[in-house]
Ligand binder design. Sequence first.
Ligand code: NAG
Ligand code: NAG
Ligand code: NAG
Ligand code: NAG
Ligand code: NAG
Ligand code: NAG
Ligand code: NAG
Ligand code: NAG
Ligand code: NAG
Ligand code: NAG
Ligand code: NAG
Ligand code: NAG
Length: 765
Amino acid sequence: MSSECTWSILVMFCFILATGAHEGTVCTVRSSKGEEVLLGSNFTFSCIFNKQCSKLIFLNGTQIQYIKKKAMSMEVSVEVVNIKEFSTFSCRCEENPEPCGIDIKPGYPPDIPQNLTCVQKMNSRNVSCIWTTGRGTIIDTTCQLRVHGDLELGYESFMNATGFCHSTFPIKSSEMTQVVVWLSVSNTLGSKTSGPHTINLINIVKPSMPEIINVSCSSRWCNLHTDNHSMNLVEIQYSAVNGISDTFQTNNKSRLNISSLHPDTTYNFQIRRKVNHTAGLWSDWSQPKQKTTKEEAPDKALDVWYLQEQKPPQSKSKCFRIFWKELNISDAKGKIQSYNISVQEQKGKRHSIIVVPPSRNQSICCYNCSVSVSAVNSEGQSPVKIIQLRFPGLVAGLLSHRPLNNHSIALFWPKLDIAGTEYVVHWYPVGNIEGIQWTRVVDTTAHITGLQPQECYQVAVTALRSSGPKMATIKGISSWQSAPEQGPDPKPLGKDTKSLRVTWNEMPQKKRRGCLKKYTVYLMDKLKGDIHKFSVDHPKTQFVISGLSPDQCYNLWVTAWTDAGEGPKGTDLPFCTLSDSERILSLVILAGGVVLLACLILLCICQFSSVHRRFLCCCRGLLPIIPDPANSKCAKTYADDQSEIKFYLDQCDSSVNEEPDNVEVEEVPYPSICTYIKSFSHESSSSDGTQITKITDIMEDYISTHGAISGGEEEDEYEGEERSLDEFKFFPSTHSPFLEPLFLTGGKLTLDVVKIDCSEFLDCT
Ligand SMILES: *[C@@H]1O[C@H](CO)[C@@H](O)[C@H](O)[C@H]1NC(C)=O
Ligand SMILES: *[C@@H]1O[C@H](CO)[C@@H](O)[C@H](O)[C@H]1NC(C)=O
Ligand SMILES: *[C@@H]1O[C@H](CO)[C@@H](O)[C@H](O)[C@H]1NC(C)=O
Ligand SMILES: *[C@@H]1O[C@H](CO)[C@@H](O)[C@H](O)[C@H]1NC(C)=O
Ligand SMILES: *[C@@H]1O[C@H](CO)[C@@H](O)[C@H](O)[C@H]1NC(C)=O
Ligand SMILES: *[C@@H]1O[C@H](CO)[C@@H](O)[C@H](O)[C@H]1NC(C)=O
Ligand SMILES: *[C@@H]1O[C@H](CO)[C@@H](O)[C@H](O)[C@H]1NC(C)=O
Ligand SMILES: *[C@@H]1O[C@H](CO)[C@@H](O)[C@H](O)[C@H]1NC(C)=O
Ligand SMILES: *[C@@H]1O[C@H](CO)[C@@H](O)[C@H](O)[C@H]1NC(C)=O
Ligand SMILES: *[C@@H]1O[C@H](CO)[C@@H](O)[C@H](O)[C@H]1NC(C)=O
Ligand SMILES: *[C@@H]1O[C@H](CO)[C@@H](O)[C@H](O)[C@H]1NC(C)=O
Ligand SMILES: *[C@@H]1O[C@H](CO)[C@@H](O)[C@H](O)[C@H]1NC(C)=O
């Protein structure tokens, strides 16, 4: 477009100039082949001036040379060879800025029209046709479609840049089944016509784009609800995220039912339609509609395996760690919400179900039992396979292995049972039992794959024999290993004049670079400079070096070994053995320290006021200045009561309370070597008469006939007592010496036999 305008704008501009100058155009231009020329052709451009002047020719505003024909000729011309581009040629007099000129557009003549395709939209009376000439002509080209019998001369349009013509014409009569058309294309370089072309209207009917209104799905099929349509043939296309896709046609519009789908899978549906198999064109595809099929209960049993777990030895049950493999998407048939683990104990007929959230393992302690694990989704649970939890019999040294590459190892073993026995091969990185993997074979060889190089694996093969499983293990194998990356850091545990006990930490798994086999402890005598080596097998991390000389300095370091070699040393541990005199001195200091510590502890105890008093009581019982309890005031006062003795415990710390506390003690016959009274003091600021009875109640609770403690803190309805009761919490509850049962001999309490045991009291701190 801009090219077309170039000259006209220039002319208009010049015209304004020219009129201002009161002059006509200075020249006229001529092209031997017109404005539109065949691309690549030669032509002559010439200018005829209407007055004498020095004549100039420009191409795109740049002056070009020309051959003067005659000296006084009014005409100048140039031969243009092989024109390829849009070009503006112009001429003017040197003295006069007013030019004359022409735009030359190279292009092609049109080709024969071909590949006519027409479409009649359903329920439209217009037919739209597209045809092509094979290539763009570059210059303006007119397309014309003439319909036989139509009074119109033709339906015209312009060819687009890629050489396509679009024409639309109406169908005048609804009875028409055919139209005959001619096509023609023309431009200044030529014109072409083709035809007649016969169009069967029934074949060009194209239904409008259908719409899927709704999709209803079960787990295995989906039913599409579409807008109303009168077409007989529908094509359905669906694809799932997992890559499954299919296309099929149906001629039963009431059955847009897609079956054999997978549960819990998201599908994209699209449809298109057509009049029938023979007639019409396919409509455009509908907008895709997405829907997820419903879940189904998983129908595949889980692959379950178990390992023995070390658990408290006092319990009768054995403990196992149960592992299972997650179902893959197609087997799970839905989102696994939990796993139901059913534990059946054979003896007790006890049956329990443990529900665990999605995980891969679970610990179970039971005795002589079998378990099953099933995966549960919203629709149900997978079938169960019961496995007996039995400790396998161990067989040693039967397993051999050979690394295949950095990630896999071949395992071999002799037949552990009759042919056809199933073997479970499991492996996990040492220290990470959760990373367990296993495979089941009926062979006597297995390839374990997916291993990490420089990782140490524990591998075992278990023969599932009917008489009980039998297991062969290898402690540590590695597909590829190198020497450890670092050495252990030794620490002294204790030393003597002649020996040193040294320990070191287990190295972190990733620094080991394989399976550790042993450690070497190096000892260098600093004086003599000679080095001694000691080998320590792997799991041990302690070593005692003996035979050292007293009062001598050494340097010690430790290295770790894999089968691939020795790693670097860890930190140095320089140390000196004790001299004999130092040893004695250190013993003296140690003893002094212990005594000091004991004193400090005693002092601390006495700082607690509540304890303080009791402590003093105890001390009185222990020290000779304490009067004989048998002669104490309270004992004398109440000694005549045979069945029930009431006596007062003198307040040891009289500054706290002047008033004696009344404590009721029931005498209980109990066979015991040691008899003592446990009571508690009662700090009371009130002195009302009911106090005594209240305390009595409490004491009856504490000192019962069975010698057992019963609910000491139940009686918290009396505020005054709360504090003293709370004070017992100061002691670890069951070990409080004041809450120990009361033992009496012979049904009679004489204070001769009342001893107060303070040993535990002191222990409590
Ligand atoms: C254009 O002119 C050149 C040189 O004069 C000649 O070689 C060529 O064949 C001509 N091209 C046409 C299409 O006539
Ligand atoms: C002349 O100018 C047009 C743009 O106006 C450009 O496309 C064309 O290549 C130019 N022709 C030559 C020979 O430079
Ligand atoms: C059919 O074509 C005519 C002229 O091209 C146009 O005016 C009319 O809207 C068209 N009708 C339909 C239904 O497309
Ligand atoms: C016309 O159609 C034929 C076959 O359908 C094809 O081979 C040819 O390339 C088409 N021509 C153009 C110009 O598109
Ligand atoms: C010309 O029309 C054809 C057919 O409709 C279309 O595919 C093409 O993109 C059009 N080209 C341009 C440049 O518009
Ligand atoms: C799609 O179908 C479901 C059940 O079949 C219905 O509840 C829902 O309303 C429908 N939606 C539309 C847009 O028709
Ligand atoms: C589809 O057609 C039925 C009757 O054939 C009519 O009841 C219903 O409203 C129509 N639905 C639409 C969306 O046109
Ligand atoms: C179309 O489907 C309906 C029910 O969905 C069925 O009754 C009828 O037989 C089917 N027709 C054909 C031609 O398959
Ligand atoms: C879809 O087809 C399946 C079997 O292919 C059938 O069980 C189900 O009932 C059908 N659904 C509908 C809505 O017709
Ligand atoms: C297809 O539809 C057309 C028009 O409705 C009809 O004339 C023709 O017989 C149909 N063909 C078949 C195979 O049904
Ligand atoms: C799921 O696992 C089964 C075997 O258990 C296998 O046959 C199937 O191909 C797996 N499917 C996928 C999607 O991995
Ligand atoms: C899983 O165990 C729970 C707890 O006993 C039970 O309620 C639930 O029904 C079980 N799940 C299935 C699918 O049976």
